[in-house]
Design a protein. Structure first.
Length: 476
């Protein structure tokens, strides 16, 4: 299982009152502790829809709170879902706020669908009244939430269904944050000196966003290409030829060379411990020594490495974030032009691009951008891919004057045939507003030309992630 496929790890922190624990013994619904334990078990079961739940039991004491924090720390939880089961003493809560290492926290006040009593004349109903007092606990706890002002902390008030809906977004973002902190990002071989606006500070990427950067060389790639066996390269080419239409102008030898180089890129990245690679595929040294732009990433039966072109670290991060959130194929794009008559824009990119979504349409065609160059394998083919129709999230990531920025737009990919030779591409239309309005907003905020594109709507998750990473955010 790759890091992007694992479930979220959810710490569940439920706080009860030690003064109430034995109240109601002998009543028909049991004492306070019995009722809260049953409610907590139901909530824990619901939380399993969010991912793997680490639940140490209801917390009543300082010692239990320390044990809960230890359990969360050992499990490397992505975040904590916390709630007061009723009114409760807050001496445990303030220790959690003070001593829990930095982690996303969703503090919830759970609203019962039914309160379970009409009056409190009977002891059984009085205990139910005490048990239903989570709103009292949440308000008491909120004072300390404000005074400690921990980062990455959000609040929610609602029924279990409503809180779980909110938690799904929150823990998807928390999971993405934690995966980014364990990610190794490779750059091969360098930033693209033609595009200064794509430059990011590697130190800031590590300190603020999470990924550690490693720098790979063209010499290492050339050696890795040499090590790819003819059998492995031919087997991958055969799989591609059986799966997709190969245009008649594709040269068989150049096809094999492109496949071999693609396999080598993945193997080099894995050998270096890299999960995400920004390949500067138009670097002159790379083109001189490799002779082509690797065109089949990911490769059939290859390694689980996400690769983007043009050495753009921000574009790579945007692609990886959407990969984590969606679990789907994600494309690296630049908007080319606006077709004003149809109010659509055409976007895509040459170079390595994920072509494996079965809903997309793929042909294997030559790299027309370099077909007339003097490179050894000029015109070596690519997986020529058209985006499948449907709603998409378009995400931009770059570095601003003081903070990173995550900018989102919702678009719809329209049905189209291949029409831009050698480029992965598609026709896109904003979900709301027009194309000119959308790009006016992007340009006013300051962007590069690169974005990631993934199926579905991930706006809320990215907004939550931006808050956790202290990034600027805008939904356009």
């Amino acid at each position: 299982m790759t890091p992007t496929q694992r479930k979220a790890k959810v710490g569940l922190l439920l706080i009860g009152s030690p003064r109430f624990r034995r109240l109601g013994e002998g009543t028909s619904r049991g004492d306070y502790e019995c009722r809260q334990r049953e409610a907590a078990e139901r909530l824990s079961a619901r939380a399993e829809t969010l991912g793997e739940v680490i639940y140490p039991g209801i917390t009543y004491s300082r010692e239990q709170m320390q044990a809960a924090m230890d359990a969360f720390h050992v499990a490397h939880v992505d975040g904590v879902l916390a709630a007061f089961m009723s009114w409760a003493e807050d001496f445990t809560w303030v220790r959690f706020l003070r001593d829990m290492p930095p982690v996303p926290i969703l503090f919830a006040s759970l609203v019962r669908e039914e309160v379970g009593f009409e009056d409190t004349d009977a002891e059984d109903d009085f205990i139910e009244f005490l048990s239903a007092g989570g709103l009292v606990g949440a308000q008491e706890a909120s004072g300390s939430v404000a005074r400690f002002a921990r980062p990455m902390m959000e609040t929610a008030v609602g029924t279990v269904d409503a809180v779980m809906a909110r938690a799904r977004v929150f823990f998807a973002a928390a999971r993405a944050r934690n995966i980014l902190r364990q990610t190794t990002l490779g750059l091969l071989p360098s930033f693209n000196e033609l595009m200064w606006s794509t430059y990011l500070d590697p130190y800031d990427v590590f300190a603020r966003l999470g990924p550690e950067m490693r720098f790979l060389s063209v010499a290492s790639l050339v050696e890795k290409i040499r090590q790819v066996s003819a059998r492995d390269a031919e087997a991958a080419r055969e799989k591609l030829s059986r799966a997709y239409a190969v245009l008649p102008q594709v040269d068989g030898g150049k096809f094999l060379a492109s496949v071999r180089a693609s396999i080598a890129v993945e193997r080099l990245a894995v050998e270096a411990g890299v999960d995400l690679l920004a390949l500067n595929d138009i670097d002159p040294v790379l083109l001189e020594h490799v002779g082509l732009r690797p065109g089949f990433l990911p490769c059939p039966d290859g390694e689980a490495v996400t690769v983007v072109p043009e050495g753009d670290i921000g574009g790579a991060l945007a692609t990886y974030v959407l990969k984590i959130l969606s679990g789907r194929s994600v494309n690296f794009i630049e908007p080319f032009y606006i077709d004003a008559k149809r109010d659509v824009f055409v976007a895509g990119h040459a170079g390595p691009n994920d072509y494996t979504d079965p809903a997309g349409v793929v042909r294997i065609g030559p790299d027309v951008r370099f077909a007339k160059s003097n490179h050894k394998y000029a015109g070596a083919p690519f997986a020529w891919y058209v985006f499948p129709p449907g709603e998409k999230t378009m995400l931009h990531c770059s570095q601003g004057p003081s903070r990173f920025k995550l900018l989102v737009a919702r678009v719809v990919a329209l049905p189209t045939e291949h029409f831009i030779s050698g480029y992965t591409h598609g026709l896109l239309r904003p979900v709301s507003g027009g194309c000119e309005e959308l790009f006016d907003r992007f340009i006013r905020l300051g962007v590069t030309q690169h974005y990631a594109l993934a199926p579905g709507n991930w706006t809320q998750e990215i907004a939550s992630l931006a808050n956790m990473l202290d990034c600027d955010f805008a939904a356009l």
